[in-house]
Ligand binder design. Structure first.
Ligand code: HEM
Length: 524
């Protein structure tokens, strides 16, 4: 939620059950605050910008100064710098960097947290002393929220078994379903330009169907009762994870308690799982019946659901809790993440039309003209190098400024240049501005959107490294990134093939708002 959205909350929002409940919890929290029992060590009175660290001194090399890094500007009680940060994330982060250097602390969204520059990325992602799950556990327990805590499922291993090996076979399926999605969402035989008022909703609809057809097959992927589950599950969890309510955003302890109450007494996850299973189980039974009856003769569907069923011994029943959770895991990690980046690609096509001609030329050279029906293959997608660079540039330029928190768990204190020490338990974020706009990592003029920035380099869109952490890095790096990039490539290719996207007359080019889809040939 931006500050503008916060200030524009209607009285209905303010009187909503959630806000009122949170207000009550907030009052309790304020009393706790007043008693000094919280850990918001951000107020000026308690923590001057640069202090000697005294309590529980961490182990440091002999002679090293024991300094914790400075706390950034504009501190308010409880709010810290939250609103300044939300108002202009990039400006706030760059100003703090300018003032304090590569390591500083911020007091945002109810926590004092550290922010470090690009030179520390490897440490944070590759050193097991830093832990992502522990960082977010202060606020919520994702495994409990999406249900994996009640099963033996490990998302990384799961995808290695039921998604990654099948990605090549999903490519033609994706192109077919995406084509149909655009037929419905924008129009199959568009004769004149059409204004789309809510492009993000269109993108979500098109991608949710395409993704879930690959995961669960045609019938479940296009099931009208399940489409809202695919679209809403992640945001229903994200509402809590991102702490969208202003009260939740500012009071992490209250938020944690609220999430605990919500997920222990009226878990939305259980309801979503039940709806999924209601539709999935008859299909599962039918597939297993045919597997048993026809054996090798059975033409097994190409989807992740079938890949999972192949692992269940024929004489054992399918564990419904496990299957339902697998479906939720796939939905949770894939749809919103990919949709968000597809929306960025869409608006960038409208903002930077100068790149379109070359993208189209490449498309016709590599794919020919009649590929959209599902005849495209993975090898062809891999030859779309200009498109790949365009997508990586979209990924590079669309990140949160302070991102990917990890908690120091495996050492008493982390020593940094300048004599600073971050004690065990500190949550450390990456300064994404420093990383994504450093010429030594990204090439010349990093603030400029250059679609061909990565052409002729080995930096493909799915390649992670200390210069690209949009998919994380190290042990927990996103296992769905190859699938996601293929999907983005097909999504952009289809738009290029069929439409010219622009902002409505008089509208300022930006990252949101209505767009005009003109059929190719009728473009202005
Ligand atoms: C553009 C789209 C996507 C983005 C930006 C993205 C980003 C991320 C990030 C940042 C992480 C955390 C990495 C870390 O902790 O180091 C992650 C983890 C994960 N992603 Fe993605 N992701 C995307 C698409 C997908 C898709 C399509 C799937 C397929 C289901 C997927 C499945 C997962 C899973 C299962 C994890 C957890 C891995 C673990 O905990 O070991 N993601 N993703």
């Amino acid at each position: 939620m931006t500050i503008v959205e916060f200030l524009n909350l209607s009285s209905a929002d303010l009187l909503s059950r959630e806000t009122l409940s949170v207000l009550l919890l907030s009052t309790i929290s304020l009393i706790v605050l007043a008693l000094g029992l919280n850990d918001h060590r951000g107020s000026r009175a308690k923590l001057p910008p640069l202090v000697k660290y005294k309590a529980r001194p961490p182990r440091v090399a002999p002679g090293a100064q024991m300094l914790i890094p400075p706390l950034s500007i504009a501190q308010w009680p409880i709010l810290g710098s939250t609103f300044d940060f939300l108002k202009d994330q990039a400006g706030f982060t760059c100003a703090a960097y300018e003032k304090y250097g590569s390591v500083f602390r911020v007091y945002i969204r109810g926590h004092v947290q550290a922010v470090v520059g690009k030179e520390h990325v490897r440490d944070i992602f590759l050193n097991p002393a830093f832990n992502f799950e522990e960082a977010v556990k202060d606020e919520y327990n994702l495994a409990e929220m999406i249900g994996t805590a009640q099963t033996r499922l490990e998302p990384h291993r799961l995808l290695a078994a039921i998604l990654t090996p099948h990605v090549a076979r999903f490519v033609p399926i994706l192109s077919g379903v995406l084509t149909r999605g655009f037929d419905v969402g924008v129009g199959a035989d568009l004769a004149a330009p059409r204004r789309v008022d809510n492009p993000p909703a269109l993108v979500m609809d098109v991608l949710a169907r395409a993704t879930t057809v690959c995961f669960f097959g045609e019938e479940l992927g296009t099931n009208a009762e399940l489409i809202p589950v695919y679209q809403d599950f992640a945001s229903s969890i994200g509402h809590f994870v991102a702490r969208k309510s202003p009260m939740l955003a500012l009071l992490p302890r209250v938020a944690k308690f609220w999430i605990w109450v919500k997920f222990n007494f009226y878990s939305p996850t259980a309801a979503y799982r039940e709806t999924l299973l209601k539709h999935a189980m008859p299909i599962v039974h039918e597939r297993r019946r045919q597997m048993a009856e026809l054996g090798e003769e059975y033409e097994r569907p190409v989807d992740s659901l079938q890949a999972y069923l192949n692992t269940v011994p024929p004489d054992e029943p399918v564990d419904e809790m496990e299957l339902g959770t697998i479906m939720l895991v796939l939905i949770f990690f894939s749809i919103h993440t990919t949709t968000k980046r597809a929306i960025v690609c869409l608006y960038n096509l409208a903002k930077y039309p100068q790149f379109i001609e070359a993208l189209l030329e490449e498309q016709e050279d590599v794919l020919g003209r009649d590929w959209a029906d599902g005849s495209v293959g993975l090898d062809q997608l891999q030859r779309l190098v200009k498109l790949d660079s365009f997508i990586r540039e979209c990924l590079r330029t669309s990140n949160r400024s302070i991102a990917l928190p990890h908690k120091i768990v495996g050492m008493d204190g982390w020593e940094l240049p300048g004599g600073y020490v971050l004690p065990k338990g500190t949550v450390v974020n990456i300064n994404a501005e420093d990383l994504y706009y450093a010429p030594e990592l990204q090439g010349p003029n990093p603030r400029e959107f250059n679609a061909w920035r990565f052409v002729g380099t080995d930096k493909v869109a799915s390649r992670i490294g200390p210069d690209m952490i949009v998919f994380g890095l190290g042990r927990h790096a996103c296992p769905g990134r190859f699938f996601a990039v293929h999907e983005l490539k097909l999504f952009v290719s289809l738009i290029l093939k069929r439409y010219r996207v622009s902002f409505p007359p008089g509208a300022k080019p930006g990252d949101s708002g209505p767009l005009v889809f003109a059929p190719v040939g009728a473009a202005p």
